[in-house]
Structures are given as C-alpha cells and as structure tokens.
Design a protein. Sequence first.
Length: 65
Amino acid sequence: MPKVKLLTSMAGIGFSHNAGDIIDCNEAEAVRFVAAGIAEAAEAPTSKVERAVKKRKVQTAVKEY
C-alpha cells in the first residue's frame, strides 16, 4: 500500500486526518489525492525513532570472604 502525506485536513464517516499525517491508502486513492493537490507521496522513514530513556547502571552484590 502506498503512503501519502496529507497537505490538508480531511474527515468523513469513521475517519479524520490532520494536515501532515502520513496515511496508508490504495493506489487509486493515492493518485487521486496527489492529482487533486491534497497530498504528496511519502517516503518511509529511514532513521530509527529516538527515545529518551534513562540508562540504568546495573550493580551486582558481591560477597567477600
């Protein structure tokens, strides 16, 4: 399924999309949206999503004799 990035907001029965959303649609819809000027072809993101996660330092208990 091709992905398109919407240039305008659109809504209907059972869906609503904001401008800037990347949506999946079939080939015919993608062609119509681009031809009408309400969407542009979107490429798959090439980089991974970065998340702010605190790294934990693992300590193990050591029994001394």
